[in-house]
Design a protein around this ligand. Sequence first.
Ligand code: ATP
Length: 776
Amino acid sequence: MVRSERRQEQERVNEVVEVIGGKIETITGKKSNVKKGIVDLRKNFWEDVTVNLDENDDVYETQASIKQQAELLSERERRHGLMNKQLKTLFRLQDAPYFGRIDFCEEDETKSEPLYIGIGSLMDEKNEDFLIYDWRAPVASMYYDYAPGPSKYASLDGEVRGNMTLKRQFIIREGKIKGMFDTGLTIGDTLLQAVLGGRASSHMKSIVATIQKEQNQIIRNESDRYLIVQGAAGSGKTSAALQRVAFLLYRYRKTLRSDNMMLFSPNPLFSSFISSVLPELGEENVVQTTFKDFIEERIGRDLQLENPFDQTETCLTMPEGEQLKTRIAGIRFKASLKYREMIDHWLEHLKVQGMSFRDVTFQDRIIVSGADIGSYFYALPNEQTLLNRLEQVRDWLLRRIAAFSKKERKADWVLEEAELLDKSDYASIFESLQQKKQFSEETFDDYDREEQLLRKIVMNRRIKPLRRRVKQLEFVNCQKVYSEIFYQEYADESVPDRWTDICRATRMRFEEGDCPWEDAVPYLYMKEKIQGRKGNQEIRHLIIDEAQDYSPAQLAYLQAAFPRCRMTILGDINQAIYAQSLGSDTMLSEHLYEKDEVKKLTLMRSYRSTKEIMNFSRVIVPGGDNIQPFERSGKLPEWIDTTEAGKPKVIFDKIQNFKANGYETFALIGKTMKECKEAYRLLKNKMEVKLITQATYQFDKGFIIIPTYLAKGIEFDAAIIYDASRDNYSREHERTIFYTACTRAMHELVLLSSGEASPFLNDVPVEHYLHTQETD
Ligand SMILES: Nc1ncnc2c1ncn2[C@@H]1O[C@H](COP(=O)(O)OP(=O)(O)OP(=O)(O)O)[C@@H](O)[C@H]1O
C-alpha cells in the first residue's frame, strides 16, 4: 500500500476525530443544562404543583398537576440518559473511529462511494452525510458478507446491488492508525491472527471488527422464531450471540429494550466473563440468569432444590453400581417428553382423584382440614379445570377464614395483643372513627367501638399471611401430589428400566423436602398446571447458551413460560456435560420445534485455540474431523507422564514457564470439584492459586483451579488437565467433558497423567502431541 494513501487515511481520521471532539463538547454543554434542569425540577417539585384537596375537582386538578410535573421530570431524565449514552459512544469513537472501509458503486452509478464502518454512526457537522456507519446498518453487512466484487445488501427499501471496489481494515488506537490492510475474501486473516494471538482476558471482548461471514448470518437473522446454532468449541457462538443482541437492539430500537431480552448462561462466572461485551458495543446488558436461578425462584421455598452442578458432581463421583445406574436412568427419563406425557395423564387423573390438600390452620388450630378441602374440591363438577375448581375452593376458604376471624376476635389474647399496639395505630383508629362520625364525646359506647376496632386490627394483621397463602392456592400440597406419581401402577412399556428403584429414590427425596434437579422442571410444570401461572410477556427474546445441556422437557417449559418469545439457541453437542443430555435429544434438536419456525446453522471453524490444540482435541469427539481449526500456530499439546507425588513440581514448573511466555490466565482443569479440591490442597502452599467454586462470581488474571462444568464457555491462555488418566476419563460420557476441558486453552495445553492414560488419547495420532516422562 502506498504511503500517501496511509497519510490520506490518517488525515481523514484526524478530521473525524475533530468532528467527534466538537460533538462531545456540544453534548456535554447540553447535558449540563439538562442536569441543572433536573436538579431544579426536583428541588421545586412541590412548589410548581398546585395542591388543593378541598373539593373533588381540586383533587383531580392536583393529581393532574403532579402527573404533568412528574412526566416533565422523567422526560428530562430520559434525555440525560440518552446524552450519557451518546457521549460514551463518542468517547469510544474518539479513540478508534472505525475499523473498516468499503468502496461501493451502486448499480447505475459510475462512482464508488467510500463507507467507513465503526461501532456507532457519526454524521458530519451539518448532519448531512455519514462520516461513520454503525456496523449494524444494512449497508455495513456487505463488509462482512463479501469480498471485493459484485455485492448487495438488503436496505429497508429493498435489495441494493452493486460492485465493491475496495475492502480495507484499520487498527486505530488513540486516533492513530496502527495498521491498515486491504483484504480479500475473508475478513483479514491478518487482523484475525493478531486478535486471536493476543492474551486471554478475564472478560470476553467484542468481535465487531472481525465478524466472519457465517457468524454474520447468525447475528443478522431476523426471519426465524427459533434460531439454533450448533458450533464447534471456540467457533464464536457466544460472541455471535452477544453481537446479535447488539444488532437486534439497534435494528428494533424503537420497540425493543435491553430488558426485553434475557440471556441464560451456564453459571455466574460465565455471566461475569461476558458482561463487558455489550457495554463495549455501547449497549446496556440484557437480563442475565442461570436456568437454576430461574427455576429456583419459581419453585419457591417449599422444597430444597438441588443444584445442577451437585447433580453432575454426584453422577461423576458416585462409584459404578446399581445406585448410579438408577440415578442416571431417572435423570434421562425425567428429561424426556415421555415423562411429560406421564405427568399430563396424571393431571387428567387428578380431575377425579389424587389431589392432596394441606390443613388450613391458625395458631395450630385447624380451620378447615385437608380432608374437608378434598371433599369440597371433588364435589365440584369435574368438567371444570383444576384451576377453576381451586379458585372456587379458594373463595370458600376465604369465607371460612373470615367467619373464623370474626369469632376469634372475641378471644382474650386479641385484646392483650391490642394493648401492645403502637400509638400511631390508636391515632389512626381515632381518626377513622371520627371520619365515620361514630365517635362523639357524648356517647357511652365509644370505648366499645374503639375496642372492637382494635380487636379487628389485631386479628386482620394476624390472619393476613394465611389469607395470602390461600389466595396463592398454597393449600394444595403439590409436593405430595407430585410424589404420588411414583406410587402409581404403569404399563411396562411406558416406564424405563429400573422404574421401581427410581420411584423409591424419588419418593424418599421428596418426603425429605428435597427436589432433585431432574425433578425440578417436571415438578414445576405440574405445579403451574394445577395452580396456574401466567407466562412472562415482558421478555421477547431469549438467548440460551450451552443449550446442549437443556432437555426437551426444559425447552417445553421455557416455551410455556415465555409464550411470546423468539429464541437464539446456541450449543455444541460435543460439549454435553450433564447426564440428561448424553445420547438423547437436547434443545439443539431441530425436530422439537415447529418446522416452519426453526432454522439451524452450523459453525465448523474454530477460532479460540491454536491449530495444534484443535488438531489434538477434535479427534476425541465423533465427527471432529469436520471441525476446521483457524490457521494460527503454537506449541504442540504436551502429555506428561508423571507420578502423583511428582505432579506439584511439574505444575509449578509449567506455571513459571507460562508466566515467562507472557501468559496471563492459566487454569488447572479438573473433571470434578472433588478432584479440584485435592489439587488445591496439594498446591496452595507451593504457589499462588485460587480455587473456583460455584460461589465464585469473577476470576482475575493468574492461576486458578476449576472443574470443567464451571470452565464451560470460558477460555484461558494456557490450560493443564490435572488428571488425564484412565481412571478419570474412560467412560463414554466422559469423552465430551474431556474435550470441553482441552478446548479451553487458547495457546498452550498440557495434560498430566499418572499410571495408565485415558483411552481417549489413543484416538489422537502421535504427531499431534509431545509425550514426555517426568520422574521425581
Ligand atoms: N470473528 C471473530 N473475530 C475475533 N475473535 C473471534 C471471532 N470469533 C470467535 N472469536 C474468538 O474466539 C474465542 C471463542 O469464541 P466464543 O467463546 O464465542 O466461542 P464458543 O463457540 O462460544 O466457544 P465454546 O463453545 O467453546 O464455549 C473468543 O476468544 C472469541 O473472541
